[in-house]
Design a protein around this ligand. Structure first.
Ligand SMILES: NC(=O)c1ccc[n+]([C@@H]2O[C@H](COP(=O)([O-])OP(=O)(O)OC[C@H]3O[C@@H](n4cnc5c(N)ncnc54)[C@H](OP(=O)(O)O)[C@@H]3O)[C@@H](O)[C@H]2O)c1
Length: 349
């Protein structure tokens, strides 16, 4: 008998309401695979881009978005010695997490601290790994340096602020509302957080003077990237990892996406020489070849949570259902989220 599960799918592109829920076949786990009953699925900004049809790395439609889940192990392949039925695990995947069940290679599963709920565990992998790679691998961040973190109250931003503060950096953030700004300073430990909707560049300049900032983390694009670049100290590093500015506000708009793209500076290598600056980009989905870095990083991230060095910033949960996913996407579109949004199964207490 073919087993099925319920999944929330992108069948066509458009507003959050285009998401649908369907029964889909559920494969038996292969020898090195695990069947996980999903208790919580993290929602990422990229899921919105996928739904809008603005994301670059996607499978053919229909498919389910969702890069990260936490759940309970149901069945294991006969070549999987490390997991057993009933274990709690968190998993990273390329897509497919908005579902009641997933079947995936055992090497994509990780243990998480007992102190975390499944929703908190699922709020960690993508945003913390992105922040980690941006700061420590691409950004080569060092204690005593200054980090500028854009959208510091968002998922990746709130992780990056915490990691940088713990690393002994001076952290300057930007965020869109007073609630987010005070959270970033008072709860996460940034020195200051400026209004991202205003002209924050002169305010940062006044703070750092001619010296500039050592590491700038930018997933906004447009004018924000240009400002980050101008603010870099000699030997400063700009890490670019997203184009949030391209996200349509109300209805889908290719014009807005194109405008954000056009406003993002094209950087000629020669222009990096005189100011002595570096610019790099990261894309987690294209980092499988560096599992040697990713796996230890994720383990260290969860150890840091256990040791209370940093914590998942979980804002709201919505149901792991079509209605919940639609609401969750609307919530992030409306820029309401402070940290992460997670979909949780109704079976989780
Ligand atoms: N390259 C990678 O591997 C990688 C991995 C993870 C994430 N990312 C990128 O990093 C960025 C942050 O991702 P995230 O999942 O942590 O999301 P997030 O930052 O929590 O995204 C939501 C926040 O983005 C800000 N924002 C700016 N422009 C917006 C717009 N047009 N519509 C809605 N919100 C907007 C809002 O904060 P304010 O109110 O403060 O403006 C909003 O609350 C995204 O661009 C994402 O694609 C890249």
């Amino acid at each position: 008998m073919t087993l099925t599960t319920s999944a929330i799918l992108i069948e066509r592109h458009g507003r959050p309401e285009v998401l649908v829920e369907r029964e889909v076949p559920l494969a038996d786990p292969g020898p090195e695979e695990v069947h996980l009953r999903v208790q919580a699925a993290g929602v990422n900004f990229a899921d919105l881009f996928m739904r809008e049809g603005l994301y670059d790395t996607v499978p053919p439609r229909p498919y389910s978005p969702g890069f990260e889940v936490a759940g309970e192990v149901m069945r294991v392949g006969h070549k999987v010695p490390t997991w057993k039925t009933g274990d709690r695990a968190v998993a990273l995947m390329r897509h497919g997490g908005y579902a009641r069940d997933v079947v995936l290679p055992a090497r994509q599963l990780f243990r998480y601290p007992d102190s975390l709920t499944p929703a908190e565990a699922a709020a960690v992998p993508v945003v913390f790994l992105t922040a980690w790679v941006a700061l420590f691998n691409s950004g080569n961040a060092r204690s005593g340096e200054t980090a500028l973190v854009l959208v510091a109250g968002g998922g990746v931003g709130s992780a990056a602020v915490q990691l940088a503060v713990h690393h002994g950096m001076r952290v300057i953030g930007t965020a869109g509302t007073e609630r987010k700004r005070s959270f970033v300073t008072d709860e996460l430990g940034a020195e200051v957080c400026f209004d991202s909707r205003g002209d924050w560049e002169p305010q940062v300049r006044a703070l750092v003077g001619d010296r500039g900032v050592d590491v700038a983390l930018d997933a906004m694009g447009g004018r924000h990237t240009a400002a980050c670049r101008r603010l870099l100290a000699p030997l400063g590093r700009l890490v670019f990892y997203g184009l949030s500015d391209a996200m349509p506000r109300a209805k889908r708009s290719w014009l807005r996406a194109a405008w954000a793209w056009l406003r993002t500076p094209l950087i000629h290598p020669l222009s990096l020489i005189q100011p002595n600056i570096g610019v790099s980009g990261i894309h987690l989905l294209h980092l499988q070849k560096r599992e040697d870095l990713m796996i230890p990083a994720l383990q260290q991230i969860y150890r840091g949570i256990e040791a209370k060095h940093w914590r998942p910033v979980l804002d709201r949960t919505f149901g792991l259902s079509r209605a919940g996913a639609v609401e969750a996407h609307r919530f992030i579109h409306a820029r309401q989220n402070l940290g992460k949004v997670v979909l949780v199964s109704s079976k989780v207490g």
